[in-house]
Design a protein around this ligand. Structure first.
Ligand SMILES: Nc1ncnc2c1ncn2[C@@H]1O[C@H](COP(=O)(O)OP(=O)(O)OP(=O)(O)O)[C@@H](O)[C@H]1O
Length: 869
């Protein structure tokens, strides 16, 4: 017998077929229900009861929750990574016979979220799309909750870095290349696959122009990025697919260019623990320096940290503002107290555009803009030119403020349905209905007085309920005094309830007026939102200026509180840090343990590479990291934890940590280490800063020393002369200074006594002669027998040949001829080939001539080879 499927389940199945990837919340009466595997999943995430329903002989799993609890449950589902389709009843069940029409009204996904319950105030929530074309990769990011829309093109490494910075919870890619995406660098992100046809240039241009109301995209400076534009088109398509169509806050798109910012790859971001740390409860640099007062400022600070500047004047401009704010602490306090009162203007603008802003939030928007106007006044009197310029970017948006003020009641409730949203005096009609509703109530009071007098019943009561409407209540003791014409409506244990002609008449008048008030308030509110939409760009501009101001104030507060200094930038390649400190460690040490500041000097001529040796726990890693963090803070525009810093701008920061820290990665740890290091060696430039922490320790001593040696040698011989700090346990590497004149030995000093090692944490010139692992083992509370035995073994090993052999071998390395060779630009052969190429006019060259030219170059090389042999 064929299974009988109920009409409701038939309807459910039809809707579900359209959204196979989403968890479907299906409205049935007062509940949102989920069925089948969706129910199993929802029950697990929400901790709600899973039941079964007989569906034509089949048992279908079922789990649901009351519709008014949607705001509680939906964020939980989305945060757990679900894409949730909300299927509502599209008609009033009371007015329909048979099955109610239903349809999906919104698809909420992790990358497209507007609700405060899903979003993190100080974090952007970007949706990303990546497109692979024949000639490269493009990416686009959109935060629908703020309206920021960005696109870029670049190498796989650059796109990967952006994805790391933006951390999108959802990445859209082409379904046709599913396995490609799953197996490449994007594989560990949450991918969502869109149809192939969506990734087309024409379609993207059309969608973007429609969104921005433009005929071309010249004004945004992105026209030359076709692959990025296709990705941006896919993002817009996805918004349509998820039923997000009110997008007036997305007014433009910005180009991302990695060449504008300091390059830090994913390993460096992770190693420096800038805004993310794998360790639980670990404190990140962002946690330490974030003194922003607004959510938009917090989000911008994170962006500044991921993308420090490279242009000297732009950095110095930020430093100048910070200094000026530090010199006027009253002004700083004043600005910050205004910022503190500011709502999240970017997200309010987005809510306004999508029609999701509530009356209380609109009042908040107005008040925030009023605070912004005050700030504009304060800043415009400043003598600091950049602060003045910021003032000019704050848009007073007077029309917006006035419109809200005259339309809304200042004490408007959160929910429109609660009433009293629209201000008195705004609409004559509304005031009239309100008068009627309120007057009607007065009238009821008068009626009560009259009836009490006429009947002589003192305890009469006029009230109403949802079922019976208005009634007069008479306690049983006075029942005999009730006039005949009163009609009995309801009998209670101690009382009777009646209705009179007069009461009925007024009831309908009041109820009519109240209903009209509701309808009218709703209409006026929708109209208000429409009127405010043209002002969204002004709010967004203001939000950006305030976010910037907030970040600069945050730098100033931080510098004042923790005694940071203004770094000096020059055109040199030097890095001269005096008495530098680690911004995070110094704040975490107990009061009786002061942080020991250290000098670090690096340049391209004499001290390019510093080999730092020292026992475990002595503070080697801290020195490496603080050097990177000081450079990074300086180039973000912040002051730095040091007595003084003079530096040339750095264009890339690389840090690598020896493999044993990466065990959780699952890959061969040593392989990971080597992969990571290889990518540094292939990318260094003369303005790079390289920090290598215990590279080589993931393998045997011999391998480790050899690799560490070869890497250091490569860095020394490479024409870039990239500044490098190399922390190592292998004191054998100290021999390198004998041969490589720009390598210098330093060690983190300790005071040794037979009983213990005292960490002085001072970086001093010179190498160290042995490791102190056993001392550290002792400090860690290892049993005494183990320590004694370890010391004995060490003694024996040190006496044995192997140790000496190793040192001897390492020594001879220095004397051998260097194997590494770099192409020297002044090589005569290279010069000859260069001349041949430069004198050729490629534009007028025929294919045959090109071949002949190539042959000529080949002959030159063959000639040189023959001479050598
Ligand atoms: N300059 C300093 N002043 C005060 N305390 C410090 C300083 N540098 C480091 N420390 C403290 O010492 C601890 C160990 O430092 P760090 O991790 O840098 O040592 P290390 O030499 O790299 O050790 P290992 O070789 O075991 O990795 C830090 O967590 C910090 O608490």
């Amino acid at each position: 017998m064929p299974k009988k499927v109920t009409p409701l389940m038939k309807q459910y199945n039809a809707v579900k077929a359209k959204y196979p990837d989403a968890l479907l919340l299906f409205r049935v009466g007062d509940f949102y229900e989920t069925f089948g595997s969706d129910a199993v999943r929802a029950a697990g995430i929400l901790n709600i009861t899973l039941t079964a329903r007989n569906n034509g002989g089949d048992q279908t799993e079922l789990a649901g929750f009351p519709h008014h609890a949607l705001n509680t449950y939906l964020p939980k589902l989305v945060k757990a990574g679900c894409r949730v389709a909300i299927c509502d009843q599209l008609e009033d069940p009371k007015m329909t016979k048979g099955i109610v029409k239903r349809g999906v009204t919104e698809l909420v996904t992790p990358g497209v979220a507007l609700s405060d319950d899903i979003l993190d105030q100080k974090k952007n929530n970007f949706l990303a799309a990546v497109h692979q074309a024949k000639n490269g990769l493009g990416v686009a990011f959109l935060d629908i909750s703020t309206g920021e829309f960005l696109l870029g093109e670049g190498s796989e490494e650059e796109i990967d870095k952006w994805i790391q910075d933006m951390n999108p919870p959802e990445v859209l890619v082409n379904k046709a290349k599913r396995s490609h995406w799953q197996s490449n660098f994007l594989g560990h992100n949450r991918l969502f696959f869109l149809e192939d046809w969506i990734f087309q240039s024409d379609y993207a241009m059309e969608s973007l122009n429609r969104q921005f109301g433009t005929t071309n995209l010249k004004g945004f400076g992105v026209e030359h990025l076709p692959t990025g534009l296709i990705a941006a088109g896919a993002v817009l398509h996805y918004l349509g697919e998820t039923h997000h169509t009110s997008l007036d806050h997305i007014t433009g798109i910005t180009r991302m260019a990695s060449q504008d910012h300091v390059w830090m790859d994913r390993f460096t971001l992770r190693n420096l623990e800038l805004f993310y740390s794998p360790a639980e409860n670990a404190v990140t640099l962002l946690d330490i320096i974030d003194r922003t007062q607004t959510a938009m400022g917090g989000r911008m600070l994170k962006r500044w940290m991921a993308q420090p500047l490279k242009e000297k004047t732009a950095i110095e401009e930020r430093h100048a503002v910070v200094q000026s704010l530090m010199e006027q602490t009253e002004l700083l306090d004043d600005i910050q107290s205004h910022l503190k009162r500011m709502g999240d203007l970017e997200r309010l603008a987005a809510k306004l555009a999508t029609g999701k802003i509530n009356p209380r939030e609109l009042i908040g928007l107005k008040n925030s803009m009023e605070a912004a106007v005050l700030l504009r006044g304060i800043l415009s009197h400043s003598e600091q030119s950049s602060l003045k310029a910021l003032a000019a970017r704050i848009d007073p948006a007077e029309a917006l403020r006035e419109t809200i003020k005259e339309t809304l009641n200042e004490e408007a409730p959160v929910q429109l349905a609660k009433g009293d949203v629209i201000a008195t005096g705004f609409s004559d009609q509304l005031d009239e209905y309100r008068g009627l509703a309120r007057g009607g109530k007065d009238y009821l009071d008068q009626m009560l007085d009259r009836e009490q007098e006429a009947t002589g019943i003192p305890s009469l009561k006029i009230a109403s309920n949802n079922v019976f409407g208005y009634y007069i209540e008479v306690r049983n003791t006075h029942r005999d005094k009730v006039p005949e014409e009163w009609v009995r409506k309801q009998t209670l244990v101690n009382a009777e309830r009646y209705i009179t002609e007069e009461l009925k008449e007024y009831e309908s008048k009041i109820l009519g007026a109240e209903e009209q008030i509701g309808i009218l308030e709703q209409q006026l509110y929708v109209q208000l939102l429409q009127n405010l939409i043209p002002h969204i760009p002004a709010v967004q501009r203001t939000a950006r200026a305030l976010a910037q101001l907030d970040c600069l104030c945050s730098f100033a507060s931080q510098a004042l509180e923790n005694n940071y200094c203004r770094p000096t930038l020059d055109d040199s390649f030097d890095l001269d840090i005096r008495q530098g400190r680690h911004p995070v460690i110094e704040r975490q040490l107990p009061p009786d343990q002061p942080f020991v500041a250290n000098d670090v000097f690096l340049d391209r001529e004499n001290q390019q590479i510093i080999m730092i040796t020292g026992p475990n726990m002595s503070g080697k890693s801290a020195i490496l990291r603080q050097t990177a963090l000081i450079v990074l803070l300086a180039q973000m525009g912040s002051f730095v934890p040091a007595e003084s810093v003079r530096m040339g701008v750095v264009d890339k920061i690389f840090t690598r940590v020896g493999a044993s820290d990466n065990i959780s990665m699952g890959e061969s740890t040593f392989m990971v280490e080597m992969n990571e290091t290889a990518s540094i060696l292939n990318n260094i430039s003369e303005r790079s800063l390289v920090l290598l922490d215990e590279i080589g320790r993931g393998t045997s001593t011999y391998d480790g020393i050899s690799i560490a040696w070869a890497i250091s040698e490569y860095l020394h011989e490479h024409p870039s002369h990239a500044k490098t700090l190399f922390a190592t346990h292998y004191h054998e590497l100290n021999e390198m200074t004998e041969t490589f004149d720009r390598i210098k030995n330093y060690n983190v000093s300790v005071k040794e006594s037979p009983e213990q090692v005292l960490f002085l944490r001072k970086l001093v010139p010179g190498g160290s002669h042995h490791s102190f692992g056993i001392h550290v083992a002792k400090m860690a509370g290892m049993p005494r027998q183990v320590i004694t035995r370890a010391n004995k073994i060490l003694e024996r090993l040190e006496k044995s040949h192997s140790s000496e052999e190793l040192s001897d071998k390492v020594k001879t390395l220095s004397e051998q001829e260097l194997q590494l060779s770099f192409i020297k630009l002044d090589d005569p052969l290279l010069e000859e080939i260069r001349d041949q190429i430069l004198e050729t006019d490629i534009d007028t060259l025929t294919p045959v001539e090109a071949l002949m030219k190539l042959n000529e170059i080949k002959r030159t090389l063959q000639g040189a080879q023959a001479k050598k042999n």
